[in-house]
Design a protein around this ligand. Structure first.
Ligand SMILES: [Zn+2]
Length: 383
């Protein structure tokens, strides 16, 4: 495992690249983002774009996926108040999976002046997909990921709305493929390749789940999207994406509240608060890639100049890979597994190239803090 010399991200993150100086492409993009890119010009482009789609009679002219979290709230607010658009917001939720704070934040968001459609898919299907995602594909969060991308486009088709505005382009912002760096408009191929991790939803068909059951989870075809003249854009291509700034605006304008205490597995309290299964998505990421939620949070905070790498490494050491205890019992009941069966699945996904067992305990073979110490030793020897 190698780590970026500027942030704390590792080369195990899918599709990330490192340059000859050992710096990841998320850090390189953020240098451009803060120093080179002319954001005023980009915003003008978004204004021009919106001018083409804005409804004159106040009817809905764009769809914005939201969860009540800081990012969707930020985008919705700016589209409505700074660009004078008329958004219909869409949220996608597994039945009974919203956390208390997530529910409250969504309520506050609607109260701050937005129309919302909540799509709550068939509970039996969602539960089966969650279990299948966890056991067979190593991610219980897949049904959420599928639906939160697909549902807004399906609503756009049904309502005859031609613009869907997603938040950030995660490939560009957090390290991944740079294919879409200059492409604010994206298509179904991007979704299937990067966000669905090349998984087809129809892989889930079995004795208990039919093709019809899966329809709400499937991203509409290119033909369907094109024939309706729908455009999908990432807001982060037009406005400097800064999650902490989003948090501040959502707090001030949309009634967004952070947790009182930090979230499990990290040191922050204002990101990914809405879903009870979220922690297991991150825990599986830990098994597969040896990096977890604290690494992700620290990465962007370093790039934004809000955290030093030195402090970040301590935080990563302390919190990365922390087990999500809070909803463990709930999760087991939800997918109908015993604790023993759960751990068997977890071990199936543990990457043996990344983890080693020492005195009966698993640990990352080559953690960032160890590499940091080795570098310090080398420097001392040189002196
Ligand atoms: Zn980096």
């Amino acid at each position: 495992m190698k780590y970026c010399k500027k942030c704390v991200m590792s080369n195990t993150r899918p599709r990330i690249t490192f340059d000859e100086e050992g710096v990841c492409n998320a850090c390189r993009y953020s240098e451009e983002k803060f120093n080179k890119i002319n954001w005023k010009a980009k915003w003008k482009k978004l204004e021009a774009f919106c001018n083409r789609y804005r409804a004159k009679d106040g009817s809905y002219d764009c769809i914005i996926p939201v969860s009540g979290g800081k990012d969707g709230s930020y985008v919705a607010w700016r589209m409505k108040h700074d660009l004078r658009m008329h958004p219909l917001c869409v949220t996608w939720q597994g039945n009974g999976l919203a956390t208390d704070i997530g529910r409250k934040n969504l309520e506050n968001f609607v109260n701050s002046g937005f129309d919302l459609i909540a799509v709550i898919p068939n509970g039996r299907v969602y539960r089966k997909l969650t279990k299948k995602g966890f056991v067979e594909f190593g991610d219980p969060f897949l049904p959420f990921i599928f639906g939160q991308m697909a549902a807004p486009v399906r609503i756009a088709i049904n309502y005859g709305i031609k613009l869907v505005v997603y938040g950030e382009d995660p490939e560009i912002e957090y390290g991944g493929s740079i294919k879409t760096k200059n492409l604010p408009v994206f298509d179904g191929e991007y979704v299937r390749k990067f966000l669905y991790s090349e998984q087809n939803v129809d892989k889930y068909i079995d004795k208990e789940i039919s093709l019809n059951d899966l329809k709400p989870f499937m991203f509409p075809s290119e033909k369907e999207i094109e024939s309706k003249g729908i455009k999908l854009i990432h807001f982060s291509h037009f406005d400097l994406w800064d999650p902490y700034k989003n948090y501040e605006l959502a707090k001030e304008k949309c009634g967004f509240r952070a947790r009182k205490n930090r979230s499990e597995g990290t040191f922050t309290n204002y990101a990914s608060l809405d879903d009870k299964l979220d922690g297991f998505h991150y825990y599986l990421m830990w098994m597969k890639f040896g990096i977890c939620r604290a690494t992700s949070d620290a990465g962007h905070l370093i790039r934004e100049g809000r955290l030093t790498r030195e402090v970040a490494i301590k935080l990563v050491k302390k919190y990365d890979g922390e087990f999500p205890k809070k909803y463990f019992k709930f999760f087991l009941d939800y997918i109908g597994l015993t604790e023993k069966e759960f751990w068997k699945v977890i071990e199936k996904w543990r990457n043996r190239n990344i983890f080693e067992k020492v005195n009966g305990k698993w640990r990352v073979k080559n953690p960032i803090w160890k590499q940091q110490c080795e570098n310090e030793d080398k420097n001392k020897n040189r002196k």
